[in-house]
Design a protein around this ligand. Structure first.
Ligand SMILES: [Zn+2]
Length: 306
């Protein structure tokens, strides 16, 4: 008992001392930076591992406070058997160990295991679908949130499954409920960032095919308007997007929808629609932010034309 009291006293005085001398953090004025890197599609082919390592070295040199990935971490788990998918995730893990900042992973369609029937994977397989991602990166889940210096970050799972075993862009009803619960704990003035692999908003098809062109159900999230409605009383500032391997920014009602290129550009075969291998760097200062797309100087290997 005596020992307990002494311990209690020690803890109390430590807390009091800390409180007395630690300046009250003014989180709104705290500056920080983070990196959003998406569509890595790592694989042993086309020297992709070497390329990813070069991207990581480049990211480490700018010392961001943390790194968020936008999904499609590996080349593909959709249409392959377990040994190949497992080896790609191992490769991803072995390389991301070199990242010197905390890493938060968003799930992409290519991180889903065995969804395509051509993979030969049974839907009853214990690793089928999102199970590998959950185990390796998600603490048992595919979506999550965290806070940093007065900002709130939400990583979503935008991958829906169709009955004929393909994917479409969707935020499911369970996740919609989770977002409501998560937002209930967030002050209405707190700046919020969403990360979603499949974009909520993109002009990509209109740029390519004219003003009337639209994406298919796998290109963008079909119920994005319903998701955004959940944020109408909150301070949503940024929606980070991947999947399309293009760089664009669309601002609607003060929300910046940013599609941030691809670490792999054209799946490690050079420029994709004129966009090079790179990642997005964000500088945050209070409620404000700026960002740029940074290329890291990778030269894709020459692919023989057949
Ligand atoms: Zn994708």
């Amino acid at each position: 008992m005596k020992r307990f009291s002494l311990l209690f006293l020690l803890i109390t005085s430590f807390v009091l001392t800390n409180c007395a001398f630690r300046p009250v953090p003014n989180t709104q004025n705290d500056k920080f930076s983070f990196v959003f890197m998406t569509d890595i599609h790592v694989q042993p082919e086309l020297k992709a591992g070497e390329g990813f390592k070069q991207a990581i070295d480049s990211i480490n040199s700018i010392k961001p406070n943390f790194v968020i990935t936008g999904g499609d971490l590996i080349m593909d788990a959709l249409g392959v058997g377990f040994p190949r998918a497992d080896s790609l995730f191992n490769l991803y893990d072995s390389l991301t160990k070199n990242i010197e900042s905390p890493l938060y992973n968003t799930i992409g369609n290519h991180d889903v295991f065995g969804l395509y029937t051509k993979s030969g994977v049974d839907t009853a397989d214990k690793n089928y679908g999102k199970e590998i991602f959950k185990k390796r990166f998600g603490n048992g889940n595919t979506y999550s949130s965290f806070d940093h210096k007065g900002w709130h970050f939400i990583l979503l799972d935008a991958i829906g499954f169709t009955e004929d075993r393909t994917y479409f862009g969707n935020i499911d009803s369970l996740q919609m409920e989770w977002i409501k619960t998560d937002l209930a704990k967030v002050d209405k003035k707190t700046p919020i960032v969403i990360s979603t692999h499949i974009p909520f908003l993109s002009a990509g098809m209109q740029v390519l095919e004219g003003g009337n062109a639209a994406f298919s159900s796998g290109g963008t999230v079909g119920n994005s308007h319903k998701v955004l409605e959940l944020f109408k009383d909150h301070n949503l500032r940024i929606v980070l997007q991947g999947h399309l391997h293009i760089v664009e920014e669309i601002i609607v009602k003060n929300v910046h929808f940013i599609t941030a290129g691809a670490v792999s550009a054209k799946w490690w075969q050079g420029l994709r629609q004129g966009f090079a291998e790179g990642y997005a760097v964000f500088e945050v200062d209070g409620n404000n932010f700026s960002w740029k797309y940074k290329t890291y100087g990778w030269k894709a290997v020459e692919v023989e034309k057949k």
